[in-house]
Ligand binder design. Structure first.
Ligand code: NFS
Ligand code: SF4
Length: 638
């Protein structure tokens, strides 16, 4: 319980939760202590019903089937990465089907906002890129769909049979490396299901072979999931450009009908925003000033990036938002939705609405949402919120004060547009020149979740600040973006306050050319699926510098990761050749072999490795040392 008072997130609301007798994630975290060391080190296996088995050196060195610790740890890791990857490939598939339905005229609820991007992809895929836009959309959607149904190449290696989206998104050098490793994925769905059978009792016992498949999951995630999802979403909903908005729970408004949209896939939240505008007068009729839609978790990132909608909070704040007593409806799609939301909404007047057939919560209202009937569902959702508003209990309301300004919208296109103000012909030149001369020591992508395990460390915020001070540009996504914005790290003022002198000068120059005092030092590149944007940016820098990605002075960090998705994303960065700091320590320490492969040997295979550091300073130290090593190897000044 002491932990709850110590915590750094919306303190007053945490106190209020206690007063209202509401249990939060932090309380349940305490109840789970101490957590199991077998699980933490990855040595527990439940893959068959002779088990569960756990390995204890000197006592039980092998599972009942004879699997040793290396096999068990590697199998667990592959299952985790595969589960994470399926979340992103499902997300991408939903986007592709939406595009197909738009193309076939089966929905009128959506249109194609970025036609130029669609035509670029059609061209890259070798399809007709001119002519009626819907015909082009259909070709692109069908090519994308191939990545889920291609059969050729599954049983017998067939030249050129691998993900279309990898072909159009990855650098040539990487494709060659992956080809040599034999990890080019053929079909996202069959690769992830293959991971399940590979790890079942009595199948693969070779930890190296299993780890190779884990790397493949990184590619499935990166290209069959992240890049595909982002690209298709940009085509449908528009590519983000620089926008200014607000973050933290202070974006909830006392005199408005407040609707939180929470989850990950944009079709629902886009429609809720649209209909909230159209039905704004209905709110006035019931005494409110209007309807205020705000985003939570990655839905928050998506809406902020494309629409400038305020983003209310990260994964650890989804419960606290409801504790304000100000939220009339929380509507969710999928992923990172705590089942606890129903317990908590039932203590207030808030309506919890689920919308996806495989994300239901007992007690919540379910309004089925699909592309064809999106308008009807969105109207119904707003109606539920309007009906809940008059039931607010004054005595249960607390209006949070925390609110910060945020600049966001840094898609690769937006970054290039900003840089092109300095050099129209070669927009990457100013960035690359400053990396080469050491004004920018390196670039680090910080991504991923907020983990209650790391409580008072403020890992995201403090790691970002230390890197900035060392003239390292920070880009990132996901719940990091919420944390960084709430800490005030995504404004031009933050450049003045936190960037080292050399980085500051560069960001001021770019900012001035774009009508800002400075570019923010921490660039919001989007939701977690938008990690593909970071990969694309690195690929573009690598191509421009004519060096492979793994030689660049860059790194990644997921300093508070929670989900299986985050492991898949980390694996994607490792396949790209980017060293990734992971914290908490991944559950592999039970196997010396797996630990060594990830933290040492991988460098000889993909050019990357896992970095460890349990405090922001320790993490910054290993990341900076890595960046300096890469600079020295490139002959650049450190
Ligand atoms: Ni990413 Fe987004 Fe947050 Fe973690 Fe969950 S919201 S997809 S998984 S917790 S960063
Ligand atoms: Fe135990 Fe082997 Fe079954 Fe795993 S697969 S639970 S190690 S017997």
């Amino acid at each position: 319980m002491t932990l709850v008072n110590e915590t750094y997130i919306n303190k007053e609301l945490i106190k209020k939760a206690k007063k209202d007798d509401v249990k939060l994630v932090f309380d349940r975290f305490e109840e789970q202590q101490p957590q199991c060391n077998f699980g933490l080190s990855g040595v527990c296996c439940k893959n068959c019903f002779q088990g569960p088995c756990r390995i204890m050196p000197g006592k039980s060195e092998k599972g009942i089937c004879g699997a040793n610790v290396d096999t068990i740890v590697a199998r667990n890791l592959l299952r985790t990465a595969a589960a994470g990857a399926t979340c992103h490939t499902d997300h991408a598939k939903k986007a592709v089907f939406a595009l197909l339905k738009i193309a076939e005229g089966k929905t009128k609820a959506y249109e194609i906002k970025d036609e130029a991007k669609l035509r670029r992809f059609a061209k890259a895929l070798g399809k007709k890129s001119t002519g009626p836009i819907k015909a082009v959309a259909k070709e692109v959607a069908l090519e994308a769909l191939e990545d889920f149904r291609r059969q050729q190449g599954i049983f017998h290696k067939t030249e050129g049979c691998y993900l279309n989206w990898l072909k159009v998104r990855a650098t040539k050098e990487r494709i060659e490396t992956w080809k040599k490793l034999g990890i080019l994925p053929v079909n996202s769905d069959s690769e992830t299901s293959h991971a399940l059978r590979q790890t079942t009792m009595g199948n693969d016992a070779d930890p190296i072979n299993i780890l190779r498949s884990t790397l493949k999951m990184g590619l499935v995630d990166g290209y069959g999931g992240l890049n595909l999802a982002t690209d298709i979403q940009d085509i449908i909903f528009g590519t983000p450009y620089l926008t200014k908005s607000e973050s933290n729970l202070g974006v909830l408004k006392e005199d408005y009908v407040n609707i939180i949209v929470h989850g990950h896939v944009p079709p629902l939240s886009e429609k809720v925003v649209e209909w909230a505008k159209k039905l704004n007068n209905e709110a006035k009729k019931i005494g409110a000033k209007g309807i205020n839609v705000v985003g939570m978790c990655c839905t928050g990132n998506e809406l902020l990036m494309r629409r400038g909608i305020p983003f209310a909070g990260h994964v650890l704040q989804q419960e606290l938002a409801i504790v304000t007593g100000l939220v009339d409806a929380t509507v969710v799609d999928l992923q990172c939705i705590y089942p606890s939301l129903q317990d908590i909404t039932s203590c207030y007047h808030t309506k919890l609405i689920t919308t996806i057939d495989f994300v239901k919560i007992p007690g919540a209202l379910h309004i089925k949402f699909d592309i064809e009937h999106a308008d009807e569902a969105a109207k119904q959702i707003i109606d539920v919120a309007l009906k809940a508003y008059p039931k607010r209990k004054k005595s249960k309301i607390y209006v949070p004060k925390e609110k910060t300004t945020v600049y966001a919208g840094f898609s690769v296109e937006a970054i290039i547009a900003a840089l092109s103000k300095l050099n129209k012909k070669e927009p990457l030149k100013p960035l690359v020149d400053n990396i080469a001369n050491g004004n920018i020591l390196g670039v680090v992508g910080i991504v991923g979740c907020r983990n209650p395990k790391l409580r008072g460390l403020k890992f995201h915020e403090n790691l970002t600040k230390i890197l900035l001070k060392n003239n390292i540009l920070v880009v990132g996504t996901g719940c990091w973006a919420h944390a960084a914005a709430q800490e005030g790290l995504m404004t031009p003022e933050a450049t003045e306050k936190y960037a080292g002198p050399k980085l500051k000068a560069v960001l001021q120059a770019i900012g001035k050319a774009n009508g800002l005092p400075a570019l923010p030092p921490a660039l919001h590149m989007g939701s977690c699926v938008d990690n593909g944007r970071i990969g694309t940016l690195l690929g573009a820098i690598a191509d421009y510098m004519k060096v492979p990605i793994h030689k660049l002075p860059v790194a990644g960090s997921a300093p508070e990761y929670v989900t299986e998705k985050a492991v898949a994303i980390g694996t994607y960065f490792l396949t790209l050749g980017v060293a990734v700091h992971l914290n908490p320590v991944p559950p592999v320490t039970g196997s010396e072999l797996v630990t060594k492969v990830l933290t040492e040997d991988l460098e000889k295979i993909t050019g990357s490795k896992v970095l460890l550091g349990a405090t922001p300073q320790a993490a910054a130290d290993v990341i900076i040392a890595h960046i300096k090593k890469k600079r020295r190897e490139l002959g650049l000044k450190v």
